[in-house]
Design a binder for this molecule. Sequence first.
Ligand SMILES: Cc1cc2nc3c(=O)[nH]c(=O)nc-3n(C[C@H](O)[C@H](O)[C@H](O)COP(=O)(O)OP(=O)(O)OC[C@H]3O[C@@H](n4cnc5c(N)ncnc54)[C@H](O)[C@@H]3O)c2cc1C
Ligand code: SF4
Length: 460
Amino acid sequence: MDVLKKIPVREQDPQKRAHNFEEVCYGYNKEEAMQEASRCINCQNAKCITGCPVAINIPGFINEVKNGDFKKAYDIISESSSLPAVCGRVCPQESQCEGKCIRGIKGEPISIGKLERFVADNAMENGFKPKKAAESNGKKVAVIGSGPAGLTCAGDLARLGYDVTIFEALHEPGGVLVYGIPEFRLPKTRVVAKEIENVKSLGVKIETNVVVGKAVKIDELLEDEGFSAVFIGSGAGLPKFMGIPGEQSNGVFSANEYLTRSNLMKAFDEESTTPIMRGKKVAVVGGGNVAMDAARTALRLGAEVHIVYRRSEEELPARVEEVHHAKEEGIIFDLLTNPVEILSDENGWVRAIRCIKMELGEPDESGRRRPVEVKGSEFDIEVDTVIMSLGTSPNPLISSTTVGLEVNGRKCIVASEDNGATSKEGVYAGGDAVTGAATVILAMGAGKNAAKGIHEYLSK
Ligand SMILES: Cc1cc2nc3c(=O)[nH]c(=O)nc-3n(C[C@H](O)[C@H](O)[C@H](O)COP(=O)(O)OP(=O)(O)OC[C@H]3O[C@@H](n4cnc5c(N)ncnc54)[C@H](O)[C@@H]3O)c2cc1C
Ligand code: SF4
């Protein structure tokens, strides 16, 4: 074994997986996990922990994997994280824990994410559960939204003895974990539902189909329903569009709608009662992780898929691993290309997307080179479906129905990074609703900080 190299992880063959929704990555088995764990040098000053927004005791759990005590490894992780099987699959470890790993200075960092996934999957197979709460303290806290921010805040508060109820607008809990990230990266029944069950096993109640701001307002929860504090983890689910001509044509979707139909409403299943339009040729506009997910979903539904992105490969905001997987599966990348119009046929259905070639100019405020149009370079790509993946912002429903809740110019709730406190007493917030679209682990970190903030507030 070369200690400078990661133990490789097995994956489904790209040709095969381009036609199914089964998980791409198989993860480590026991022997592979123990071998990978033995590469960790158990640093005194373990930098990996500082790269983890929920501060998992990484060397501690890796040491237990090395010793073959997977239950102990799980107990260590679950002190800090309620969703390890999720995080082990979707966290951008390369820029977090693994980005700081000391082993990475002279070789490849430890595969911390794959080890976390192994420990969490092993715990599910063996029925290990997170440790239960302290005695109930009788105080009620409401959590709005059941994404990673809400689940984490709820789990941590339940452990401290609070009586926690999550109110979720959709018919299934999980937020983006169930409606956004596709099955082939994050299995819903086998992984997400099980981790949500673990949070429920701590005593957390989840009420689905409750849109806060419509069915009940935050002020009513505090004044009439007996809740002593509220955490808002309502995410950033409102899609952005380009504002170009033809965007109203039939066959234009937001990535959010497209992925929700496929993931949550199981449109990929031929038997589904809510089918999706199966395009033959699809253009996905954007270059982030969401664009890669939409493109790889459309591919699996049988289409030829083009990613249309206005900058070059170097500026693609998606994780390198996602771009690599997309390419392996046969997604076509039309880079330095920007849509200017969507063309439709006489019945209003998309028939092509008119684009213009771009070149890179001087860096802009984000430090990336600004894309500039090449005059007269317009051309058409014939497609029957266009998926816009240009980012999302928080839905203003909650802020517009809650007296005294401050939002910023991007419609994000203003909240303290340290404890989630908002401008309204007893109301805390975190995750995408505060930061705008970000990551699972940052949302979990914010949920954790808010749980501490709420505990301090209610312990006064
Ligand atoms: C397609 C896609 C792929 C992604 N891939 C990754 C990835 O690989 N890695 C990564 O780290 N991050 C990824 N992200 C980002 C990540 O999923 C989010 O940053 C994270 O889920 C945010 O968590 P949250 O709890 O703040 O919000 P969400 O997960 O959005 O959950 C918010 C919940 O609140 C509910 N809600 C909203 N309004 C109300 C209301 N008024 N009343 C009641 N409930 C309400 C929503 O229905 C939702 O369930 C991806 C995002 C998308 C869309
Ligand atoms: S920094 Fe890397 S090698 Fe050091 S303890 Fe963390 S995972 Fe192990």
